[in-house]
Design a protein around this ligand. Structure first.
Ligand code: GLN
Ligand code: ZN
Length: 747
């Protein structure tokens, strides 16, 4: 028997996970109906069963050798894991439906926190663990799903969050307590589960350990070793596949290679270096390698020639080879066939989840000599020589004058008071605004009619801001469906999908646009609205753009060149836009970068290079205006962590951030890192309808004014007001302005 092939001498195939929502987002409707009481639990379960069974039939019908189960979730797979091990916090014990209570909260009971799943746009619910946590196994879901698939004649591999990842993704309920201390208890729970699964005839389970793609301490690596030694030694258990993804496995490779697990999953798409690491470690003798060679996170067709070459190299490095996706297909849309209006030249370069399953199957067949796979993917790259020539000529761009010099010019020009008041950009998106957009799409109104409605909305928003007495106004962003999609629709090199939904969290799905080629701006994108708004007021209106990093973070991005190069192209389009805004009389321009921290690489060694291109792209986007034009930026968080130094490097004149939760501590942090420019720490949390009192805003501002020069201190909410209602928006903004006046000593 040659290495790399199974007993039959065959390479086999699988995927690590699959979208859950259904082709018509059936799960979204079913859960939302259940939440509002329009449907009962039985009908929700019926929809869920239909979706699961559809996926198993589809995956086995497509010819995969091994099909996963327990990848379905009514809300989130980490929430499922919390239920599985019985780590349900005390406050939910009385809830009628603890599962959804943890996800969404109930009257007076706060839900679990939600946070980003590694560097994806998926959000998971954060387990809350403390010294008092006792695990109690509830094996019902994985067992029931395995049995359900078996009834269809499909033998599946249950997928579970691995014990190390579960603990390291959790937050501690008590300061100083590390959830890792709960490892031994958790392992007993997993051991019991594995025995149960074995008794039910489960041959193999997949334990996902994506935390291994980030830097891990020696203590964490020791915990990994202990965990799999314990689970491996069980006399009756399924085969163990430990799946890693989203990056290089690093020092964990040796531990797993020598440990008592039967299979290891490695991501060769996001981490081609895994190949070298595997060779250097002497491969996985005696084990199965599950090779992620089809990208589970992006929408491009696989370069089959390249994937085959990788697999050929891997055949010599393990006993059995399984062709797979780099991670769960959860992160890509379901089916390219649903897209009917994409440019055919783009379409032929794309693969969504269904098409990726076919790719996996075909690569497997090719390796077994059963099929000849057509060589490389189409080479159409959608290049734009003009954009490239302009960027070459521009280089880094000439830097702006030092901040202090700019500030003097801006102060003279803008004449703003200390503690200037403003907002982050969007005003509440009313039913009328959304209706107008729908009416334009359906052809019920024409472009001119739509523009009149938007102008009427801008009139209202400007009049309101004048009445409230804000110093720097905004047009309110009524014309934007989404802060990324709006720009993507106007840029060349970008395409939108009709049905390309991916789960963001729970029943919330987003449709990221596809950045497929060189990006350029055929015409101004926001000037029309900003200058209309400016024509309605003597106060300065702040122009509003989405920054290059955020444009990339919330899109599917071409993978034929480094991200930094693509960011420069987006930046160039934004640079043109800022200059056009300036020429149209806009004196303040905000370039939002809420995703700057989100794209930060998982491994520390990669971070500096990232921050370098991210900062350079922002500076390219904003560096083309004159010194008198004031550049603002905005981020939706205050815990800057490792990007704190980069905030100053962006060289924006003013940065607004979230601060309601962390209070004003971040001001000291920023100062410690040498930040000396304008700062707008958000003074009220826009995520809730609660109206902050004048007194509490005043107190926050006084705290801030104790550390920051009032001339550099801005007064604004935490984030945009798009999701708020008008009553609380008006009341809160009035209190905010009143508080600023008090601190200035004007009332
Ligand atoms: N300008 C945007 C808005 O106000 C910013 C949104 C964001 O930070 N996520 O909606
Ligand atoms: Zn924000």
């Amino acid at each position: 028997m040659s290495r790399g092939k199974d007993a039959m001498g065959k390479v086999t195939t699988t995927v690590l996970g699959y979208p859950r929502v259904g082709g018509r987002r059936e799960l979204k409707r079913a859960t939302e109906d259940y939440w509002v009481g329009r449907a009962d639990a039985a009908s929700l379960q019926e929809t869920a069963a239909g979706l699961r069974q559809g996926v198993w039939r589809e995956l086995s019908g497509a010819g995969l050798d091994a099909v996963p189960s327990n990848t379905f979730s009514l809300y989130d797979h980490v929430l499922d894991a919390i239920t599985l091990v019985g780590a349900v916090p005390e406050r939910f014990s009385g809830a009628a439906d603890p599962y959804f209570a943890m996800a969404r909260g109930t009257e007076g009971v706060a839900p679990l926190e939600m946070t980003k799943w590694f560097d994806t746009n998926y959000h998971y619910l954060v387990p809350e663990l403390g010294p008092g946590t006792r695990f109690r196994l509830d094996w019902s879901k994985p067992l029931a799903e395995h049995a359900e698939a078996r009834r269809l004649g499909v033998e599946t591999r249950p997928v579970l969050v691995g014990p190390l990842s579960f603990l390291l993704l959790a937050k501690s309920t008590e300061p100083g307590f590390a959830p890792l201390r709960l490892l031994d208890g958790l392992l007993e729970t997993y051991a019991e589960l594995l025995e149960r699964l074995a008794a039910a005839g489960v041959a193999e389970v997949q334990l996902d350990e994506p935390v291994l793609a980030a830097d891990r301490t020696d203590e964490e690596l020791a915990a990994l070793r202990r965990a799999y030694a314990r689970l491996g030694e069980l006399s009756s258990r399924p085969r163990l596949l430990v799946a890693t993804y989203f990056g290089e496995i690093g020092p964990a490779l040796e531990i797993l290679a020598r440990g008592p697990v039967e299979a290891v999953g490695l991501d060769f798409v996001s981490a081609p270096g895994n190949l070298e690491a595997l060779a250097a470690a002497g491969g996985l003798p005696g084990k199965t390698l599950v090779a992620g060679v089809v990208d589970g996170r992006n929408v491009w067709r696989t370069d089959t020639a390249k994937a085959l070459a990788t697999c050929a190299a891997l055949l010599g490095l393990s006993d059995r080879l399984v062709v797979s996706t780099s991670c769960s297909l959860l992160h890509v849309p379901l089916d390219l066939d649903a897209e009917t209006s994409l440019d055919p030249r783009l379409r032929e370069r794309l693969a969504f989840a269904r098409q990726k399953v076919d790719e996996v199957v075909r690569i497997g067949r090719a390796l077994n000599g059963e099929e000849v796979v057509a060589g490389e993917r189409s080479v159409e790259r959608f290049l734009n020589p003009r954009v490239r020539a302009r960027l070459d000529a521009l280089g880094e761009g000439t830097p702006r004058a030092p901040h202090a010099e700019r500030l003097a010019v801006q102060n003279a020009d803008l004449g703003l008071p200390p503690l200037a008041t403003t907002t982050i950009g969007s005003f509440p998106q009313t039913g009328e605004v959304r209706q107008a957009r729908a009416a334009l799409r359906s052809g019920e109104i024409d472009r001119a009619g739509y523009e009149r409605r938007m102008e009427a909305e801008i009139d209202r928003v400007i009049a309101l801001q004048e009445d409230i007495g804000l110093d720097v106004l905004v047009h309110g962003e009524p014309e934007r469906n989404d802060m990324v999609q709006y720009f993507a629709e106007m840029l060349e090199g970008y395409a939108a999908t009709e049905h390309g939904w991916v789960q963001s969290y729970g029943s919330r799905y987003v449709r990221p646009p596809i950045l497929f080629g060189d990006v350029s701006r055929p015409e101004p994108m926001t000037v029309r609205w900003a200058s209309y708004a400016q024509s309605r007021t003597k106060k300065p209106v702040k122009g509003m753009l989405t920054g290059p990093v955020t444009m990339l973070a919330w899109s599917f991005v071409r993978d034929d060149q480094p991200l930094g190069e693509t960011a420069r192209q987006v930046a160039l389009a934004l640079r043109d836009e800022t200059r056009d805004l300036e020429a149209a009389g806009i004196r303040i321009i905000q370039v939002d970068e809420p995703a700057l921290r989100e794209l930060l690489p998982l491994r520390r060694a990669d971070r500096e290079a990232y921050l370098q291109w991210a900062v350079a792209a922002f500076r390219l986007a904003t560096g083309g205006v004159s010194d008198s034009t004031q550049i603002h930026t905005h981020m939706c968080y205050s815990e800057f962590g490792e990007i704190i130094g980069a905030i100053g490097d962006l060289d924006a004149d003013v940065t607004s951030v979230e601060a309601a939760r962390s209070r004003m501590e971040l001001l000291d942090d920023l100062r410690a890192f040498g930040y000396t420019r304008g700062i707008g720490p958000g003074v009220w949390d826009i995520h809730s309808p609660r109206v902050p009192s004048t007194g509490e805003i005043e107190a926050a501002l006084r705290t801030a004014a104790a550390t920051v020069d009032p001339a550099l201190l801005w007064v604004n909410p935490d984030c945009g007001l798009k999701t708020r209602g008008y009553p609380e928006t008006k009341a809160s903004l009035r209190n905010m302005v009143e508080a600023a006046l008090r601190v200035r000593g004007e009332t």
